[in-house]
Structures are given as C-alpha cells and as structure tokens.
Write a protein that binds this ligand. Structure first.
Ligand SMILES: *Cc1c(COP(=O)(O)O)cnc(C)c1O
Length: 335
C-alpha cells in the first residue's frame, strides 16, 4: 500500500443544495472538496497526501512542480511543502515571462510560502517534463534532494487520493447522508486528469456511481482519454486490488474560449450559482464544469438522475479575475 500523510480536513461535507437542485431540476448533491483545508484547500491536497508522503520517505528537501501561472496545484504544493519544511520550485507557464508574475491570487500565496517561481513560455511548457528533470539536476548538483511532482499532481500515486475520496463518500452514504443511496453520475472539472482517474477507480470500487462525467477545461477529449487511461493504469499497478474503473465520459462542452478564460455565459452561471446556492465557483475549473452540468440538465440528460457534483476548489482563481465579472453581475438572471 502506498504511504499517505494526513494533510486534508476530512471528511469534507456531502451536501444537498435544494435551491440549486430546484433551479436545475435534478437531484443534486455537492461534495465540498473546496473545504479540504484553509488557503491550501481544493482537490490537490488529496493527491499531495500521497505524493508528499513519497517525497518525505525518499528524504527529499525540495519539491518541484509545474502549472499555469495561477496554478492551484502549485499553491497547494508550496503551502503544504512549507508546513512540512520542504522548499518548492514552481515552474509556471506565462504568456510573457519577461513581464514577471503579478503578485496576486495564487502567486501571492506561492511567494508567501517562500516558493521559488520560474516562469516559462507556453512553448517551453510543451517540454515541461524535461524542464522539471533539468531543475532536479540543478538542485542535486547544489547538494539538494529534489522530488518531482507532475502537473496537477496527476500520476497514479496522486490519483489514489481520489480513490480514498470515494471511500470517504461510501462511509458518508453508509451513515445515511445524501439519502444513503449511490449516485447515477459524478460530475467534475478536469485539467490534468488525476482527479478523473481516481474518481473512476474509486466510484466503481466503492459503488458510488456507475458513471463519471469529466468536464474538461482545455485541450480535447481524445487527449484527455489517453492521459486518464494512462493514469488509471499507473494507479492500478500501485494498488492491484483496484478493479475496472466506472464508465468515464470526457465531455468537451465546458471548455469555453481558452484555458482560464470563461465565456460570458459561464460567468453568468457562476454568479447564479452563488445567488441560488451560496456556492462559490471559479472561472478556470469549477464554474465551467458547473455551467456544463447546468446545460446537461437543460438538455434533459440528467432527468430523474441523482447527481454528485465534486467541488474541487479554486477560489483564488476567481478573485484574481474579479475585473471580468462586472457584466455577469448585471446579466445574471437571478438575484
Ligand atoms: C486542478 C484543479 C482541477 C482539475 O483536477 P485535475 O486532477 O488536474 O484534472 C479542478 N478544479 C480545481 C479548482 C483545480 O485546481
């Protein structure tokens, strides 16, 4: 069994949102993984419980990871690393690295945690695996002990965090929460695939839902299907008792204009979710996924179904885009 350290505040709530359920016309529940912690909260902690256990057991003193400039994963790594006495080097993708990283949102938290940020171009980011290895070499040459965490913490080991999350939901259902019955579908935002892989394996193993609907926020479905299948295979190699995954459907309707850019309609849905349910979503991941869920409901695809939406966090990504929300605040059709 892979080692794990306790970093998240668990179990996270499993809630029904009556006003949102009514607005969408579906039997909707929300797994509040935005509440896995304080400023470090979100879905990445569950993966880091396994990844940082491995880093510590290897005697690492420096974590190296990568992501977009406002990466939630990089922020969680920097904060949790600091709590464990580990240094972090964050290789972040920026449109214009020469302009530097504005001190806002996740970047502020990264810097507060003492992380070193290295900006690279979108083009260089294609070669991120090689760049992370080169940074590790550099740290080793200086006498340090690096541990590389892939983008999003998304490998087989990190995905085990979401297998355990499904075990947690099983215990909640057994206690009678959410009516005590399994769901028909789990809906969640996907950016690097590790959450999807763990959910699909855990949903099947713990009989949480027969289907995982993976709302991608960038790239395309075939790319993610390959990536997620690879992560599932890695996770099963680490935990051979895992059986076949639940049916995984990668859905492109949430992508929006670009990574980290939401459409006006998606921003409206974000405002409406806050007004109807007090549910705060973000324009990079959860808001796009929830707008997709809303669309599925309107298309009648969820009629009569019990739906579990996984809230994966991302609040700093909303606050850093505050300026783009003034139109949505007026255009939203509720409140
Ligand atoms: C990283 C992230 C996701 C996507 O999870 P992956 O495992 O990378 O696919 C979803 N929501 C939020 C808020 C995230 O930070």
């Amino acid at each position: 069994m892979a080692g794990r350290i306790g970093l998240a505040h668990l179990p996270t709530p499993l809630q029904r949102s009556p006003r949102l359920a009514e607005a969408l016309g579906v039997d909707l529940y929300i797994k509040r993984d935005d509440m896995t912690g304080g400023a470090e909260a979100g879905n990445k902690i569950r993966k880091l419980e396994f990844l940082l256990a491995a880093a510590l057991s290897e005697g690492a003193d420096t974590l190296i990871t990568c992501g977009g400039i406002q990466s939630n994963h990089a922020r969680a790594t920097a904060l949790l690393g600091a709590s464990l006495g580990l240094r972090s080097v964050l290789v972040l993708r920026a449109a214009d690295p020469a302009a530097g990283a504005p001190l806002a949102g996740n970047v502020l938290l990264d810097r507060m945690a003492g992380a070193e940020i290295r900006l690279i171009t979108m083009e260089q980011y294609q070669e991120r695996a090689a760049i992370l290895v080169a940074v590790a070499e550099e740290i080793r040459a200086a006498g340090g002990k690096p541990y590389i965490i892939p983008e999003g913490g998304s490998n087989g080991l990190g995905a085990l965090g979401y297998v355990r999350a499904m075990e947690e939901v099983r215990r909640q259902l057994d206690l009678g929460l959410a009516g005590g019955k399994p769901f028909d579908v789990i809906v969640h935002a996907c950016g690097s695939g590790g959450t999807a892989a763990g959910l699909a394996l855990g949903a099947s193993r713990y009989e949480i839902a027969p289907e995982v609907r993976t709302m991608i926020v960038c790239n395309d479905a075939p790319t993610f299907e390959r990536t997620i299948t690879g992560i599932i295979d890695e996770a099963r190699a680490l935990e051979p008792s895992l059986g076949a995954p639940a049916a995984l459907r990668v859905d492109e309707r949430s992508r929006g204009p670009a990574y980290a850019v939401a459409s006006p309609e998606q921003r409206c849905r974000i405002v409406e979710a806050a007004r109807l349910g007090g549910l705060v979503l973000d324009p990079v991941y959860t808001g796009k996924a929830f707008a997709g869920l809303w669309d599925m409901a309107q298309q009648g695809e969820l009629t009569g179904k019990r739906v579990l939406f996984l809230h994966t966090g991302g609040l700093p990504g909303l606050l850093v885009q505050a300026d783009s929300f003034s139109d949505a605040l007026t255009a939203a059709s509720v409140g």
